[in-house]
Structure formats: C-alpha cells, structure tokens
Design a protein around this ligand. Structure first.
Ligand code: ADP
Length: 485
C-alpha cells in the first residue's frame, strides 16, 4: 500500500529523476475512455462531456508535469488535445461550431503546454538541486569514512547523527542509532576501575554545555574485548550563521602507542639514573677505602680497590657508550668500518676475557675453525659481548654456555646458547625493541637498560645480516646472528 502511495505521490518522488513515459500516457488515455463511457454508457448523452472534463484535464497536466517533469506534462497535453479533436469531429456539430471548437482546442492546448513546461521545469530543477546535495553528502560521507581518526557528529542535544568506521575500530563498539551522549549510559569503561564512565563525562556533552570547544581530553579506556587503550578526544561545537549552536563534533584519536612510548621513556629515565648511580656510588666508596688503605700503607688492599674502581669506571663507560650508540642509531650516524678478519679468533678473545668474569659459568666454543668475514670488527665484538653477557646475566644459576659458528651457502651464523631463565614466546619479538625489558622496572632483578639487543640488532642489520632468538621459558635461550659472506 505504502509502495503504491509513494509511486503516486509526486512529493515522495522529488529528487528522483526517473520520469515515466508510460504512466501519463496510460492514465490520460484511460481518462478519455472513461469520459466516453460516462457520456455514452451512463448518461446516454454524447454532449454530456462538458466543462468538467477541462478541470480534470488541467488537474492531470499539473499532476503529471509535477510527477514526471516536462515530458509527463506534454504527453498529458497531447492526449488531451487529441481527445478534444476527437470530440469535435465525433459529435453532431455544424461547421461553424467545428471551426470554433478547433480554435478553442488549440488555444487551450497552448495554455496547457505552457503550464506543463513551467511546472515540469520547476520539478526538474528541484530534482537537480536535491541530487546535487545528495551527491555532496555522499562525497562527504566517503571522506568521513576514510579518515584515520574516529569521528562523532551529534545534534545540539548530543544525539548521534553520524560516526565513521575508524571510531568503531578504536572503541570496538558501534554507537546505537539515536544514542544521546551525555544522557544515555556511557558505553565505555575506565581501564583503572573497569566501571563505565559517567554519561556526563562525555566530551561532546561538556562542550555543548560549556558552549565552547574542549580539546585534548585524554581517557584511559577498557574495551569490551579487554584491551586497554588511551584515546584523545577533541570536541567542538558547531554554530550556524546566527551564532546558534546547531551541532557538535568529536575527533577521537588512538594514542595508546604514544602513551606506551612515553611510559617507556619515563621508566628508562628512572632506570638510567639508577644504573648510573650504582657504579658512581661504588666508585666513591672504593676511592674512600683506597685513601684509607694508602694512609695505612696497605698496598695489596689499595691495588684491590684500584681494580674495583677500574671495573666500575668501565661499567660507566659501557653505559654511556650504549646511550651514545642509541643516539647514533636514531640520528643514522652509526657508521661501519669494515675489514676482513677471522671471527673465530674474535670469539676466542671475547670468551677468554668474559670467562674471567665468572666462575659459575663454563663458556664452551663448539667450532673453532677459522672463518674470515668482512665486517666492522669492533661492532661485531660489541654484539658478541652483549650476547655473552646476557647469557651469563640471565642464567643466574650458572651452567654451560655454548658458542658456535656455522657456515651455509651465503652466510655464517654465530649462536650463543644458554640454559638460563629463557624467554616466553610472546616476549621474543619485543626484546629487540628499544628500552624493552621482560621484567617490569618496578620488580627488576637484573640490571641493564634494555638497549643491548636493540643496538646489536641494528649493528647486525647494518651488515645486512639478521639477529634472532629461539627460546623456551625456564629452559634457556639461543641467540643467533648471521653475516652475509
Ligand atoms: P638488558 O639486558 O640491558 O635488559 P637487552 O636489550 O640486552 O637489555 O635485553 C632485553 C631483554 O631481553 C632483557 O631485559 C631480558 O629480559 C631479555 N633477554 C636478553 N637476553 C636474554 C637471555 N639470554 N635469556 C633470557 N632473557 C634475555
């Protein structure tokens, strides 16, 4: 029923530029037939077709030009005028009446045509305007959907009019249609307490209430899938020409990664200060002790303290070198000085000096064959020292550490295997990130800045090689790095 009504209602068809040709034709012919049936069949008077038909014809012409544009009006006019001619010749009129009839029919026809053109043209212009507006709306929609930020647009009461896909991606939910921000239950939970925000905490609601934009509001949220996210919301009120608020819009950006980085940097600063403070405190303590011993003339003890001072100074040097390397990597200034050298020999040197630092571990080189590589000797040395120190550091209960060189067609692969604490699958990719450490800084058991593997990976990759790990939590880890031949 509604379909039929919509089909017949010209207002419903505004903006729809499908103009029918058949419908006005059929309707007007049907009107003529009905009129003939009426005069011959019902009132039995052929002259009964009188002025009433003119009114009906005018109504039809107006209707069809408004429904089907100029063509609809013209079709109706042609059929009407043809019908008039049919009546003039069909009815028993004399010659003078016929001549007057033809004149009248033609004059009325001209008026009808003008009516059809004016109304039809109006209808077609309205259709075009509506069409253009719809196109612009569609175009805006398309842009809105593809924006990289989430968008909510509401009316001035906070009722959601429009959102985009990115909003759903960020929040993990779709706002139901007709949802009112600031009034309906807030659909997002806080990450700290896991309870929903107050409806009135909605940024759009506050902007609408305060009559001004509210920018850079940050929210820590917990999505329904349990993921904690940080979002930044910028809400603005939108005014019309008369400065009246007619709508509001929010832009929602996912800043979880930036926040995580910020947190890592804060942790790093506190860790770096802690790491640097430890050797400085020891240095001070050993210098005091040594001064005491020098006063007491105990050379053996003084030498012992001197050596500890040297160790702590070295530790400080390592820490500052790491920090410098990171800054070199960041500014792309970590250059390589490549030369040909025997990597087996470098491994022997390192193992000998590192073995000297631990009695609990036994470092075993499995393959000692000479192996010439073209690389930066100092940087490869640094990678090996880092892997071996980690192997010792992360196997606190001692045991064996194996170092091995393998050669395949295009590269040599060096591996360092320990039987320490191991690394869970989920952490294995992240340990190569800058500042990443498996344990939380607050509960740290192992010293370090979380920079060693990041620097090592950069060094190896700059040699066009690769650094990776195979590990099982609780069983130990094997770190591998390859260098192209
Ligand atoms: P740091 O040792 O200074 O923390 P690294 O970049 O060298 O930094 O290592 C990053 C993290 O990877 C370490 O914090 C540690 O959790 C993990 N890791 C590195 N080597 C090993 C290893 N051999 N066994 C277990 N975990 C390791």
């Amino acid at each position: 029923m509604k379909k039929i009504f919509n089909y017949l209602n010209p207002i419903e068809r505004l903006g729809n530029n499908e103009y029918s040709f058949i419908f006005p034709l059929v309707a007007n012919v049907a009107l003529c037939i009905l009129s003939e049936v009426y005069s011959y069949g019902i009132v039995h008077d052929p002259m009964a077709v009188g002025t009433y038909i003119i009114f009906i014809n005018v109504a039809f012409i107006i209707y069809f030009s408004f429904r089907d544009g100029i063509s609809g009006g013209i079709i109706s006019t042609i059929i009407t005028v043809l019908y008039y001619f049919y009546i003039i010749y069909n009815r028993p009129y004399d010659k003078t009446q016929i001549a007057t009839g033809i004149d009248t029919a033609l004059s009325i026809g001209v008026i009808y045509i003008l009516l059809a053109i004016i109304i039809g043209w109006l209808k077609q212009t309205i259709d075009k305007l509506i069409g253009r507006e719809a196109n612009e709306k569609l175009w805006l929609q398309l842009i809105l959907q593809q924006l990289a930020v989430g968008v909510i647009i509401t009316d001035n009461k906070g009722r959601v009019l429009q959102t985009n896909n990115q909003l759903e991606n960020i929040l993990g939910i779709k706002l139901p249609s007709g949802y009112i921000l600031g009034k309906d239950k807030h659909l997002i939970r806080r990450s700290s307490t896991n309870i929903p925000f107050f409806a009135k905490q909605s940024s759009i609601y506050q902007a609408l209430k305060a009559h001004k934009s509210i920018i850079r509001k940050e929210f820590a949220m917990r999505r329904n899938d349990g993921k904690d996210i940080f979002v930044q919301v910028d809400s603005s009120v939108i005014r019309n020409k008369n400065n009246r608020i007619v709508a509001a819009a929010s832009i929602i950006s996912d800043i979880t990664q930036e926040k995580e980085l910020e947190r890592q940097k804060d942790d790093f600063l506190s860790m770096a200060s802690h790491e640097l403070k430890t050797p400085i405190t020891s240095l001070k303590m050993f210098i005091d002790l040594q001064t005491q011993q020098l006063k007491e003339n105990d050379a053996t003890k003084a030498v012992y303290y001197n050596e500890r001072i040297r160790d702590q100074a070295n530790r400080l040097k390592e820490l500052t070198n790491d920090l410098l390397d990171v800054s070199r990597i960041q500014t792309n200034k970590l250059g390589l000085k490549t030369e040909d050298f025997d990597i087996a020999e470098v491994i022997h040197d390192i193992v000998e000096s590192i073995q000297g630092t631990t009695k609990a571990h036994k470092i075993i080189i499995k393959n000692t064959k000479k192996q010439i590589v073209k690389a930066d000797r100092y940087r490869i040395y640094q990678v090996l020292v880092n892997l071996l120190s980690n192997a010792i550091k992360y196997s606190p209960r001692g045991k064996k550490i194996f170092v091995q060189i393998n050669k395949d067609k295009n590269s040599i692969v060096v591996s360092v295997q320990d039987f320490g604490i191991g690394i869970s699958k989920s952490q294995q990719e992240r340990i190569f990130d800058r500042l990443y450490q498996v344990s939380e800084p607050r509960e740290r058991t192992y010293p370090g800045l979380g920079l060693g593997l990041y620097i090592s990976k950069e060094i190896v990759e700059r040699h066009k090689g690769n650094l990776w790990v195979e590990s099982q939590k609780g069983k130990g880890s094997t770190f591998f790095f390859s260098l192209p031949l």
